[in-house]
Design a protein around this ligand. Structure first.
Ligand SMILES: [Zn+2]
Length: 344
């Protein structure tokens, strides 16, 4: 049993480190090691992710109540750094002082979107920012949504370190499923296959009059131009409105006031019987169905990686901080451990 003395008792450690930061660091390191062990022991991991895993890609959250709208409303966008985080990969590749450039770029992007949304609010006299994506407003005034939809459309953005790590879990046969409340499609861009989009997707769009579904690409041009797309079938037949609904096309993302897709709940029930570890990353767990998942999976160990600890979860392992940073450390530790042998 050589080397069982422990790796942090090395005599060459500097003796005069400030005590408090060192303690916090030690706690975090211990938690990372425990998380790594849990992940190693699991083979059907259920992941639950939110806006926090995409902010470093420069995407302010679009829908969730802890996201962009709420932040705009009470001005905590900057404070929480929602648009100024940075991919760790960028930090390590380009700059000794973590990627100021990419932080600035993301902040500028976020600021532009915020201004655009503010203009939309002013133009349409929106009292509550959530109305921008409310189904009731959409039925009457689809032009409100399409005036800014381009800004939130998934584009040629790059998945984050966290997305890539999740994909590696899937490739290693460890991931059962990923539930996301993001609509940026970065999961798909990262190659992740078993994704449940809890708040819908831009991949398809439907006519709010006749419910006909088309590929999202069919309305991409209108979204880019900021004009309202109409259902071609309804338009051709010059149909009358159904229940007062005109034939506007709407991306299949879940708007405020719309029910969550029933397939989410069905899949959760099935996954409940299989999952052996729950990892929650980058979400404040404020809205259903995501909010209720930790409770539903109480019977399995849970890991939380987030800037703060939401009320809706009481995890075995709490990793507080920027998602990409934590994932980076976790991955490094696991790789190192793998190389050094399990008994290290
Ligand atoms: Zn139609």
């Amino acid at each position: 049993m050589s080397g069982h003395k422990g790796k942090r008792k090395r005599t060459d450690d500097p003796p005069e480190e400030a005590e408090r930061p060192l303690d916090l660091e030690a706690v975090l390191q211990k938690s990372i090691e425990r998380a790594a062990t849990l992940i190693e022991q699991s083979s059907r991991i259920l992941l639950l992710v939110g806006a926090g895993i995409s902010t470093s890609a420069g995407i302010p959250d679009f829908r969730s109540s802890d996201g962009l709208y709420a932040a705009m409303k009470d001005g905590r966008l900057e404070e929480e750094g929602r648009v100024s985080e940075t991919p760790v990969s960028d930090a390590t590749l380009h700059s000794p002082t973590p990627s100021l450039r990419s932080r600035r770029a993301a902040a500028v992007q976020g600021e532009r979107l915020r201004q655009r949304l503010q203009e939309t609010e002013d133009t349409f006299k929106i009292a509550d920012p959530q109305e921008l994506a409310s189904i009731e407003v959409f039925r009457e005034h689809p032009e409100v949504f399409y005036s800014f939809a381009k800004q939130v459309l998934p584009g040629d953005r790059t998945p984050t370190e966290t997305h890539r790590w999740i994909r590696s879990l899937e490739l290693n046969g460890k991931m059962l499923r990923l539930y996301t409340q993001n609509i940026d499609q970065l999961e798909t861009a990262a190659g992740i296959e078993a994704v449940i989009p809890c708040h819908g997707t831009f991949a398809t769009a439907s006519c709010i009059r006749c419910q006909r579904k088309v590929p999202g690409a069919n309305i991409a041009e209108e979204i880019q131009k900021g004009t309202v797309p109409y259902c071609q079938v309804c338009k051709r037949s010059k149909s009358k409105p159904i229940r007062g609904y005109l034939p506007y096309m709407k991306p299949d993302i879940t708007f405020f006031g719309e029910p969550v897709d029933t397939r989410v709940e069905k899949q959760l029930k099935l996954d409940r019987l299989q999952a052996d570890l729950l990892i929650v990353i980058g979400t404040s767990l404020l809205i259903p169905p995501i909010r209720d998942i930790p409770k539903l999976f109480k019977h399995i160990p849970q890991i939380l990686i987030n800037r703060n600890k939401p009320k809706a979860i009481d995890p075995e392992i709490l990793l507080l901080g920027n998602c990409d940073d934590i994932i980076h450390r976790l991955e490094e530790y696991m790789q190192h451990k793998g190389k050094a042998g399990v008994t290290r």
